[in-house]
Design a protein. Structure first.
Length: 726
């Protein structure tokens, strides 16, 4: 599809950046110079490109095949297709065999080294999304209704017992009182009051605050809390994706330049094809999964584009959920009481820490790059579980292959940054990015500018740090369109309170919610909230205030209302202790029922004698690993050591950026390939080991590679399959 716009040429950090100001829409796609037509390339050379009206295509968030308005499309810009398909690998047709998905092992079958000085976790990972049984009574699709005999049936239309017309027998209704406590700074952006530099397009945001009872407090929108809970609820019930739009088109990748070709090629399949149909967004009431029923549903935009058919395309397009988040209130004020400036928020200290001057320049947040198949795609195991795509012989064109060989890694989540040293969040505006504190670098601040971009001069004399400009000198602070600055954050230890009103929930649906609101926190787990989660911001814990919680089934509520009792709830006549014991008993039953349902379902296709405990379910195991975090390894974007680095094996952030160098190194023919590990089952490494054998075939660079150690039989790294491709 062709788009039109006007060329914008800017200088960012001393480098020319070409963008298109679209005629329709706001987002400016970047224009790689290689995508300019010869006529436009000539204009770029003589400095007359800015302001030129152009026609372009939009793929992978960039402008491609850019030509002047009225200029015919050049044949040289037409993308080439791959010359050949990769040779099939042993274990490749159904993933890595049936060995159970171990992430340990030697050679090319491993996903990374044991935790050590070079180990790190990527800022995002994936919780497995397993092919579902839509007919499962507890975790399947549709709206269920109880019959007079107590049996459950699925009605042909409507919301069944999830309707809002009355309180249903056997369904639970009430209010849950919740406490939210910040563990790491919470970044709440006031997007209505930001400042933007006209030259650099750099934005600086104040803290989102509101006057409540004449006092200024941090404002946490209820919608943000609901979104946080829904994402977690989808993951731990293995529900359908609530949002999965614009993934029906094939992604593209850049062709290697040393093959004499220029341009980009498309992967064989689109991401949507690697997601099981039982996980795609619901198109009708009959397809509502647990998260849709509890939090509400609006038909995905793709159905509105004609991709839904029949009854699914013509039935009701939305359903109200059975849950509402009440107002969220901060128990502390933004400022402090007299003499309490340095006190904790729960001891009269300020809830908000403000930064002087131009604020804190945050590190650059990486954009989603689903084209990077070694992170987003996995081998499809026979039961549908995704295993890391570690084998280097699987070249880039084969990352997105047919659905019987590949599967999406799952739902993106941001692991908790565990094990941070004391003082990590202190004096945040000071640049400590080149100083190791304990075993961590300051990852959340953007480093001061490098003294030189010259690779020969960027390191200090001892080769143990990057040379950066002195604070306060011209050009030292890097504030541009790539990052954001904040004027403050909500301090760790700040508490918020809110209520969750629920209506007509099943025991499983309620048990899931209670597990997320309380049991997860008791196990040391965190939720992630707000802006900057990849940088460690927004880790929070939740707990239930049982004394303020009221839950009962529909029959109990009906008896209470018919009895015209002056009590506010069915348990209102009980003493506070008895009332709390009653609601705790109901909650424990609901959580047990939820965990039993997960254990019963297990992994689709897994033998009946497999481990069917709640914690053993792949999505639960991964969710817990990310929520608890790994204190033994830092969390940061991939980076590799400078070639002249002489310092500690722990590598500091490069002030020039260059995260891409790690990915380039990862595909070299003489290096052991790393893929994103399963949560809790391995780490990545800043260093790439040398291979020690013949890997057979060519890698994406067009060079003959070398084969590493063989993995388990039938797994990645085992002998090539005979027959197809020989």
């Amino acid at each position: 599809m062709n788009y039109t716009g006007k060329i914008i040429v800017r200088v960012v950090d001393g480098q020319t950046r070409i963008e298109v100001e679209p005629d329709i829409g706001k987002k400016r796609p970047v224009v790689p110079p290689s995508e300019l037509s010869p006529a436009l390339a000539a204009k770029l050379a003589d400095g007359t490109l800015a302001g030129t009206k152009v026609v372009y295509e939009y793929e992978s968030r960039k402008a491609c095949k850019v030509r002047g308005s009225g200029e015919p499309e050049q044949r040289s810009q037409t993308r080439s297709q791959p010359q050949s398909r990769p040779r099939p690998l042993a274990g490749d047709r159904h993933g890595a065999g049936s060995s159970g998905g171990s992430s340990s092992g030697s050679g090319r079958s491993g996903v990374g080294p044991d935790p050590g000085p070079t180990a790190f976790h990527n800022p995002y990972t994936f919780v497995p999304a397993l092919d579902r049984d839509p007919d499962d009574h507890d975790l399947g699709d549709g709206a269920w209704r109880a019959t007079d005999t107590g049996e459950q049936t699925r009605p042909t239309g409507g919301l069944g017992d999830h309707g809002h017309d009355r309180l249903r027998p056997g369904r639970i209704t009430g209010t849950i009182a919740v406490r939210l406590r910040t563990v790491t700074p919470l970044v709440l952006l006031d997007t209505a009051r930001f400042d933007e530099d006209a030259n650099t397009q750099h934005k600086t945001f104040p803290v989102l605050e509101r006057q409540i009872d004449g006092v200024l407090r941090p404002h946490l929108p209820a919608t943000a809390v609901k979104g946080m809970l829904r994402s977690a609820y989808e993951a731990v019930t293995n529900s359908r994706m609530g949002v999965f739009a614009e993934h029906h088109e094939k992604l593209t990748y850049r062709l290697p330049g040393n093959q004499g070709r220029r341009g980009r090629a498309k992967y064989p399949v689109a991401p949507e094809e690697l997601l099981a149909r039982s996980l795609r967004p619901a198109r009708s009431l009959a397809e509502l999964s647990p998260a849709d029923r509890v939090f509400g549903w609006v038909r995905d935009v793709e159905a509105g584009r004609g991709r839904g058919t029949g009854a699914a395309a013509t039935s009701l397009a939305a359903a109200r959920g059975c849950l509402r988040i009440g107002p969220v209130t901060c128990t502390a004020t933004s400022g402090s009481g007299p003499g309490k400036q340095d006190a904790a928020p729960d001891d009269g200290g300020p809830a908000v820490q403000r930064f002087d001057g131009d604020g804190l320049p945050l590190a650059i947040l990486g954009e989603p790059k689903p084209e990077q198949g070694r992170f987003y795609v996995g081998y499809r195991r026979s039961d549908g579980v995704a295993l890391p795509l570690t084998d280097q012989r699987v070249r880039r064109p084969a990352w997105y292959e047919s659905a019987d060989r590949r599967v999406l890694r799952g739902r993106k989540v941001y692991p908790h940054h565990a094990g941070l040293p004391a003082g990590y969040w202190d004096k945040p505006t000071d640049d400590r990015t080149q100083t190791l504190a304990g075993d961590r670098y300051q990852e959340y601040r953007r480093p001061l500018a490098a003294v030189s971009d010259d690779d020969q001069q960027v390191l200090s004399q001892d080769g143990k740090a990057f040379r950066t400009k002195a604070p306060g000198t011209p050009g030292a602070e890097k504030r541009d369109s790539q990052n954001r600055s904040i004027c403050g954050w909500v301090r760790p230890g700040t508490e918020f309170t809110f209520t969750v009103d629920v209506r007509n929930l099943t025991e499983v649906e309620l048990g899931t919610l209670l597990w997320l609101l309380h049991d997860l926190g008791e196990r040391g787990g965190h939720h992630r909230l707000g802006f900057g989660k990849p940088l460690g911001f927004g880790s929070v814990t939740l707990s239930i205030a049982w004394s303020g919680t009221e839950l009962a089934d529909g029959d109990t509520w009906a008896e209470h209302y018919l009895g015209l009792s002056p009590a506010a709830s069915p348990d209102g006549h009980l003493s506070p202790d008895d009332r709390e014991r009653s609601v705790r008993s109901l909650a424990e039953r609901a959580v047990d029922t939820y965990q039993g349902a997960v254990a019963r379902v297990g992994v689709p296709g897994q033998p009946g004698d497999g481990d069917r405990t709640f914690d053993a379910a792949p999505h639960i195991r991964a969710f817990l690993a990310t929520a608890i975090g790994d204190p033994d390894a830092p969390v940061h974007y991939p980076r590799r050591p400078h070639r002249a680095w002489l310092g500690d094996d722990r590598i500091p952030p490069d002030p020039r950026g260059r995260s891409y160098e790690w990915f380039v190194e990862n595909e070299r023919p003489n290096k052991v390939t790393q893929a994103l590990p399963e949560p809790g089952r391995g780490t990545l490494s800043t260093r790439h080991s040398e291979t020690n054998g013949d890997n057979g075939g060519q890698n994406q660079w067009g060079n003959q590679g070398r084969q590493g150690n063989r993995g388990r039989q039938g797994g990645p790294g085992s002998q090539p399959r005979r027959g197809r491709g020989g």
